[in-house]
Design a protein around this ligand. Structure first.
Ligand code: SF4
Ligand code: F3S
Length: 106
């Protein structure tokens, strides 16, 4: 499966959802997640993210392992998103900032 990681938090560009053939992205207030049971590992979304927030499960950085569980958990409760929309207003400012996990809104 593919996993949305920390760099998405407070950016949420949503380019990723536009290309997913199985519409398996789910949207929270300041982050998106991928449903691990629905993702078909096509890898189309990974290069679309302007902040490189998406990883194959096998390549998820060691310090982002918590996002594996977060994608699984939150994709069960958040609504599906299938169309691109405006990025969050402060997306540029937050791009690449460290330690954003604590800012995740549910
Ligand atoms: Fe969707 Fe493919 Fe990305 Fe999985 S790898 S979330 S199926 S675009
Ligand atoms: Fe997030 Fe990147 Fe998609 S910032 S919403 S994973 S395009």
């Amino acid at each position: 499966t593919f996993v949305v990681g920390e760099d998405c938090i407070n950016c949420k560009h949503t380019d990723c959802v536009e290309v997913c053939p199985v519409d398996c992205f789910y949207e929270g207030p300041n982050f998106l997640v991928i449903h691990p049971d629905e993702c078909i590992d096509c890898a189309l979304c990974e290069p679309e993210c302007p902040v490189d927030a998406i990883f194959s499960e096998d390549e998820l950085p060691a310090d982002q392992q918590a996002f594996l569980e977060l994608n699984a958990e939150l994709s069960e409760v958040w609504p599906n998103i299938t169309e691109m929309k405006e990025a969050l207003p402060e997306a540029e400012e937050w791009a690449g900032k460290p330690n954003k996990l604590e800012l995740l809104q549910r």
